[in-house]
Design a protein around this ligand. Structure first.
Ligand code: FES
Length: 58
């Protein structure tokens, strides 16, 4: 899987978000925000976080 920076504000890579979702069983954007800090500044990466959650949890 290609690793890309999802959250530019906090420099969070896709791999970090995927890892947190898998290890902690995260289901919502709020949980990803708490676990990784992604999506907590401008919010523009939230749709991408939602896509990753769907990709992992479906
Ligand atoms: S890009 Fe993620 S909060 Fe701004």
């Amino acid at each position: 899987m290609e690793d890309i920076e999802i959250c530019q504000c906090n420099s969070i890579m896709k791999s970090e978000i995927v890892k947190a979702i898998k290890e902690k069983g995260l289901k919502t954007v709020e949980e990803v925000q708490e676990a990784t800090d992604a999506g907590t500044v401008c919010g523009s990466c939230i749709p991408d976080i939602e896509d990753i959650l769907k990709e992992i949890n479906e």
